[in-house]
Ligand binder design. Structure first.
Ligand SMILES: Cc1cc2nc3c(=O)[nH]c(=O)nc-3n(C[C@H](O)[C@H](O)[C@H](O)COP(=O)(O)OP(=O)(O)OC[C@H]3O[C@@H](n4cnc5c(N)ncnc54)[C@H](O)[C@@H]3O)c2cc1C
Length: 467
């Protein structure tokens, strides 16, 4: 007699494990290339990005921006409100609703591309075999010529402060809080920590932001990090950079952190958000070579140490970004099923969506200096931009780094309104190895914030018009 597992065995060209920005994108690209594909997902499609990362945070940040505008800047724009109030539950609810709309969108795309979406937890068996156990106890056995692991990562706890979902929070917990905290200490001032700091502070939660490195957003150009530090300070966020966590206690009364910066001190808060990084999620039976930090080791074709087993996205290590995950996934799949030689994610934009926004691509000024590259810096403040003044967003600047000899763009750093949209032009410029001459030859519409890119380019060579 056949078992229920054997009855459901199916053969595919590609089985993708994980339905996040790496997994679902890989599945769609393989289907576009005419392959028979299954995608296995143990939760909802969309992965961390769509369910517990990029999208819900941006929905909450939009609420924060609007509230800040209405409460603190209404009179500047000629409005008056008797009382600007908000409902915390509705704010969280809107964010979760946006998530659901996006999840439905991905479900639809998978159906449209005739991809079998199999819900459950995947385990790897012998070469080419995957078994899936659904939450309802149903088992599927899949066979595949090739398998792509796109199982992502999850928030990393601090040993002395394990997540409890109650007052020691991961980013996932913080996205679905039923009650607004009166105070929160955020450990880690990378993009996630800074975005949550802005969000909670905008709604009046007392925020303490703690970072071990000397600057907020330690990967960014330090001039930008310093400008963000100043902006956060003005917004009322208590920022502690160069500060280590020595000890932590969490009980029913709240969280007490012992910190060491310039001096030893304690911070007490109702809640603590630990945003110090992530850790890989490996599927059972993977048995592949790992990097020192436990991520899956892949070669230039995104192949693991096992034949016909590939990996892409957060699970292969930094940079941990959704667009990088999708890029790697399409490269991996095109490499598997076409003549295409996969490329690596060497040049990628990094964006932080607090206000002021921060976005960058390419070399920081510090990196250019360390590499002994002769460079020129061009900088243009939004306070000198007509459009920025017109929309009431004069904070921040565009900073561009060019090679001194040939004028090639080396790096771009923006802090200010819509920085995360403005960076796209500079990303393309870097991909095309554009020089200052080419940026200058590109007309920038007036009035737009993007004129600051043009002006910063001119300024690098002493020719800015509006400075
Ligand atoms: C709070 C937060 C904010 C973020 N904001 C941004 C941002 O603004 N921009 C940006 O670019 N990036 C952002 N990121 C990072 C981004 O979410 C990740 O880089 C991206 O989701 C990685 O995609 P992935 O497909 O590799 O992994 P994931 O999105 O994590 O997807 C992996 C999927 O695999 C599934 N899975 C795991 N194991 C199994 C198994 N054994 N069987 C079946 N399914 C399995 C998981 O359920 C998950 O759905 C943010 C992250 C967080 C936490």
């Amino acid at each position: 007699m056949k078992t229920s597992v054997e009855q459901t065995t199916k053969q595919y060209d590609l089985v993708v494990i994980g339905g996040g920005p790496a997994g679902y994108v890989a599945a769609i690209r393989a289907s576009q290339l005419g392959k028979k594909v299954a995608c296995v997902e143990k939760e909802q499609v969309g992965g961390t990005c769509l369910n517990w990362g990029c999208i819900p945070t941006k929905a909450l940040l939009r609420n924060a921006e609007l509230f800040h505008l209405m409460r603190d800047r209404a009179t500047e724009f000629g409005f008056s409100f008797e009382k600007v109030a908000y409902d915390w539950g509705s704010i969280i609810g809107r964010s979760r609703k946006v998530v659901q709309q996006n999840v439905q969108g991905i479900d639809f795309l998978l159906k449209k591309h005739r991809i079998d979406l199999i819900r459950g937890e995947a385990k790897l068996g012998v070469e080419g075999e995957v078994t899936v156990q659904s939450a309802e106890g149903q088992a599927h056995s899949l066979k595949a010529d090739k398998i792509l692991l796109a199982t992502g990562a999850k928030p990393r706890p601090l040993p002395q402060l394990p997540f409890n979902g109650h007052n020691v929070l991961s980013s996932r917990d913080a996205l679905a809080l039923e009650q607004q905290p009166t105070s929160i200490a955020i450990i880690g001032a990378g993009a996630i920590g800074c975005e949550f700091a802005y969000f909670f502070n905008a709604f009046g939660t007392k925020v303490t932001l703690i970072e071990m490195q000397p600057h907020l957003l330690p990967q960014e150009d330090s001039e930008v990090s310093e400008a963000l530090n100043k902006a956060f300070h003005q917004q009322g966020i208590s920022v502690h950079t160069g500060t280590r966590l020595l000890d932590a206690q969490a009980d029913e009364d709240g969280v007490r952190l012992t910190l060491e910066g310039q001096e030893r001190h304690t911070v007490e808060a109702q809640m603590c958000l630990v945003a110090v990084g992530i850790q890989p999620v490996l599927p059972e039976g993977a048995n592949v070579e790992l990097t020192e930090r436990g991520y899956i080791q892949v070669d230039d074709n995104y192949q693991t140490s096992r034949p016909n087993l590939y990996a892409a996205g957060d699970i292969i290590g930094p940079p941990w970004l959704a667009h990088v995950a999708s890029f790697e996934a399409t490269q991996a799949v095109e490499g598997m099923f076409s003549e295409h030689k996969p490329r690596q994610a060497k040049l990628f934009p990094a964006c932080t969506y607090c206000q002021p926004q921060v976005a960058s691509v390419g070399l920081t000024e510090q990196a250019a200096r360390e590499r002994n590259i002769a460079y020129k810096v061009g900088k243009f403040p939004f306070s000198a931009s007509g459009k920025a003044r017109a929309i009431g967003e004069p904070e921040g600047f565009v900073k561009l780094i060019f090679g001194e000899t040939y004028g090639e763009l080396l790096g771009a750093h923006i802090i200010g309104s819509e920085a995360t949209e403005l960076i796209a032009e500079l990303n393309l410029a870097l991909t095309l190895e554009a020089t200052d001459e080419e940026i200058k030859a590109t007309m920038h519409a007036h009035p737009t914030l993007s004129e600051a890119v043009y002006e910063a380019t001119e300024q690098a060579f002493g020719m800015a018009i509006h400075l």
